[in-house]
Design a protein around this ligand. Sequence first.
Ligand SMILES: [Zn+2]
Ligand SMILES: [Zn+2]
Length: 296
Amino acid sequence: MSEFLGPTTTAIIVEVTRMSLLLAFLSAIFVPLELTFAARPKKVFRAEFLIDLGYYVINSFVVAFVLSFPVGIIVWATHKTIPAVWLASTAAWPLWARALGGLVAGEIGYYWGHRLSHEIPFLWDFHAIHHSAEEMDYLVSSRAHPIDLVFSRLCALAPIYALGLGAVNGTEGIKILLVVTFVGLIWGNFIHANLKWRFGPLEWLISTPGFHHWHHTKSGPINRNYSTMLPWMDWLFGTLHLPANELPSDYGIKAKLPESLIGQLAYPLFPPSSVSAPAPATPSEKTPMPWHKPEH
Ligand SMILES: [Zn+2]
Ligand SMILES: [Zn+2]
């Protein structure tokens, strides 16, 4: 059939099919789980469901057709600046070490990109869209301004490429990138899901809804729990907040954003001056790791 269609039309049809199948796959996993293990009562088709579906579609196209350009610049810059001998040495690591290294490097990049999105007002205006969700479920993971999405993806990918763990070294590198991207996608949906699951003593190791929901609280500070998969990264940098068996009482931000998708996409370009970035975390908010004894 593709000989009757232009390459652009074919690529769009392929992407629409891919994003539809992926959404069906994610919904088949998370809707039954959320109905069975809900942290709080919520309708599947909540008030902002269609808005978040719109972000899902837009961001799927952005990832498919736009992201490769800035990533290409990072790959080019990597080849220009990182010594070839270093890239060759990491290329020789076993697959598991490359995958683990890619995960940790990607998390460090993501953590700092995310933290800067809270601390720099210009970046916060874009990131505020993600925080404006007033109900949490798996689809809130898609709720992001495309510029915020591209920025955070580049922050995560840059150290992966700088360490030679990206797709620059043939099919193995591509495999690593696909695994990290797919696991990251599932986990991004999981930590936003309306699930009461907690991982007990392992919660400092791998993120849960209980960890990330505190990053969306409306009534408390949100400048903590920046990492997406590895909460110990927040502990390392002094921003971990992980109270046992507790979830926030509400979600969202105090600023009122436009209700329409178009209005929200334009909002960061014309933000009201009253919206400012949250203050940096204070050391007193830091949660100790499980092996630390309480001080008296
Ligand atoms: Zn955030
Ligand atoms: Zn989030």
